[in-house]
Every structure is written in structure tokens, then in C-alpha cells.
Design a protein around this ligand. Structure first.
Ligand SMILES: [Zn+2]
Length: 133
């Protein structure tokens, strides 16, 4: 695995630490489970998350309604405050499928994400990220 390709978003460790004080943080990711977990370990972010859902384990990509169904079963009625991610087709679709608010990490001035049925905030930085709940 080429370490140089694994560059966490600047400020993500502080944002996760801050949000993790008051929230349970779950990571969703597409890919082969062993590879995704290796990437998490290589970036020292494993401990930041309470649960990790990899599409390869779930049997469907994040944008697929079956992924949301698997999350709902695991949530056991707990609420989702927001989905945070940089992909329109995966992260924002996951949020839309679940009816959950989202924060899109993007360049807000040029973002072309289509409106979503749930609220979507657009930000270029995770520094100081807060949850509105
Ligand atoms: Zn955006």
C-alpha cells in the first residue's frame, strides 16, 4: 500500500476527536474490507470510529438502499445526526437514501451537487466541524 496516497483530510483527526466526545462515530466506506481496514490503520484513524461498515462486508455499495437497510438494522433505532463525506454519488446518496442530513466536503463555490431531500451543508474544511443536534 502506498502511504503517499493515504492522506487524511486536513484537520480530520481533531474533528473526529471533538465530535467523538458527544457522538458515536461510524465510518462507511466502499471497497474490499481488508484493504479498507488497512487504510484506516495506516492513517491511524481506526480508534476514532465506534463502528466501521465496508461495502464488501455489507454486500452492497454505500449508495445502494441495501446499505442503508444494513445501517438501520445496526442502529437499532438510534438516530443519525449527519453523514459527512466528499462523494456526491456515494456519501450524499447514502444520506438521501436514509433521509439523513449531510455535510458535503467540497468546494462550496463550485459544488454541483443536486439538491437533496434532506439538508446538506457544504464545506471545504472539517476544522471546527460541529453537529447541529
Ligand atoms: Zn458540496
Amino acid at each position: 500500500m502506498r502511504q503517499v496516497l493515504l492522506q487524511p483530510i486536513p484537520g480530520i483527526e481533531d474533528a473526529l476527536t471533538s465530535l467523538g466526545r458527544t457522538h458515536r462515530l461510524w465510518l462507511t466506506t466502499n471497497g474490499v474490507p481488508a484493504h479498507q481496514r488497512q487504510k484506516l490503520q495506516a492513517t491511524h484513524l481506526t480508534a476514532a470510529f465506534d463502528r466501521v461498515f465496508v461495502s464488501g462486508d455489507v454486500g452492497a455499495p454505500k449508495a445502494d438502499p441495501r446499505f442503508v437497510a444494513a445501517l438501520r438494522r445496526a442502529l437499532r433505532g438510534a438516530q443519525v445526526c449527519q453523514v459527512v463525506g466528499d462523494s456526491v454519488t456515494q456519501d450524499l446518496q447514502l444520506a438521501a437514501n436514509g433521509g439523513w442530513a449531510a455535510t458535503h466536503i467540497c468546494q462550496p463555490a463550485t459544488c454541483t451537487a443536486a439538491p437533496s431531500p434532506a439538508p446538506v451543508a457544504h464545506t471545504s474544511s472539517v476544522a471546527g466541524m460541529r453537529c447541529a443536534c
